[in-house]
Design a protein around this ligand. Sequence first.
Ligand code: PLP
Length: 445
Amino acid sequence: SLAAADIAHSVHPYTNMRLHEEQGPMIITRGDGVHVYDDQGKEYIEGLSGLWSVAVGFSDTRLKDAAMRQMEALPYYHSFAHKAHEPSIRLAEKLAEMTPEGLNRIFFTNSGSEANDTVVKMVWFMNNALGRPEKKKFLARNKGYHGITVASGSLTGLPANHGDFDLPAIPVRHLTCPHHWRWGHEGESEAEFTARLLKEAEDVILEEGPETIAAFIGEPVMGAGGVMVPPEGYWPGIAALCRKYDILLVSDEVINGFGRLGTPFGCQKYGFVPDIMVMSKQLTSSYMPLAAIALNDRVYDAIADNSAKLGTFGHGFTGSGHPVACAVGLENLRIIEEDDLMGNAARLEERFQSGLRRFADHPLVGEVRGVGLIAGLELVADKATRQSFQPAGKIAATVAKMAAEEGLICRNVYETVALCPPLIVTEAQVDQIIDRLGRALDRGW
Ligand code: PLP
C-alpha cells in the first residue's frame, strides 16, 4: 500500500521517525478551496493553509493555468550572468511596487531558509565591501523561526533546530522572545516589558560593540515558534535602536507577508520600515516553491559596487527566479488583489479572533492570541501559574489530533495550537473552524 511504501522509504521532515513507522502517514489526495481530503475520502478544513501558505485555497485553476502556460512557453531558464526572462522580471517589478517605500531590488530563492541564508551572506558581503569586516553578528530572538539551513537555522531560536545539529554556527545573539504573557515578569506591565526588552537589546549591542553587529532579524508576528504577538512599542523601539547603531533591520515576512495580518506586510502593521524584507509562502500560495528578498538601495548599492569590483556577485541558485514559480507568483498576487483577499483577512479578523477568545476560559487554555487571520492557543497545566504540561507539547499534539478527527487540520507547535486559514476563508468557515476546535479542546480536556 501507499502507507507501507511511505513507511519503508520516506524520510519525513519535522517528524518523529520511529513514531511514524508505527502509526503511518495521513495521506492527502486532493484539495478544494479551504478543504483537503485524505485517501479515505475524509474532508478537513485546512486550518493552517498547509504550512501557513496557501492563501488562495487548494484548487485555484488560474494558478494551474499560469503554470501550464509558462511550462509551454519556457519551462526553465536562469538569471545567472545577465540572462533574464519575463516572469522573474515582472514579479520583481511587482514586488518592488507592493513592498514598502525604499525596497526596490529583488533577489529570488527557492525557499525561506535559502532566502535567510542569502540575507546573511549579502550582509556579510556588504560589510566586507564597506571595509568593516568585523561587523558580522546577527541579533535574533528566542522562539523566532527563520528556517533550518546552517545560517538560517542559526538565526532560528528554537531548541529542536539547534541541539544535536550543532547550531548556531554563525555569530548570533538571541534576545528575549517579545511575548508579554509568557516572558513578562510578575507584575510587569506590557509597557515595562517593552522597555526591558529594548534595554536588553541595547545592552547586548553595547556589550558586543555596535561595530560588530550587522543586522537584527525578526518576524513582525512570530509564527512557527507559537504565534507570538509583539508588545506595543516593541518594533518602533527596535527600529530606532537599529538606526542609532547602524544595524540593518531585516523583516522576515515569510508568514506575515501578503495580508496575513490584514495589512499587506507585517512591518506596516507595526510601523517600521526594514532595510531588507524576506517573503515566501503566500507569494505563490506554495503552489510552487519560491522566496524573494527585497533590498533597499543602500544594501543593493554596496553589493552591486562589490560585484563590479570582484567581477561577480558569487551567489545564486539554479532555481533562482524559476520562470514557472514566478509566473505562478504573479498570477497568485493578481488573485490576492482582484479578489481583495487582504481585505477579507482584515474583515474577518474580528470574527476569527473574538470567536477564538471564547476559549480563554477553557480549563486547558492559558492564552489565546493572534492578529488578522493567524492565531495560537497556548495550553497550560495550571492557568494560575501558567505552568506547561509535561511532557512538553503532548497535550497540544493530542488536541491537534482530535481536531483532525473533528475535520480541522491545525498545527501543534510546542505548547500552542496554531491556526492560519487560507485568506479565502468565509464567515461560515471561520465559525466551523471555531466549533471544531472547541470540540477538540473539550475532548482533550
Ligand atoms: N522564515 C519564516 C518566518 C518561516 O515561517 C519559515 C518557514 O516556516 C522560514 C523562514 C523558512 O522557510 P522554508 O521552510 O521555505 O525554508
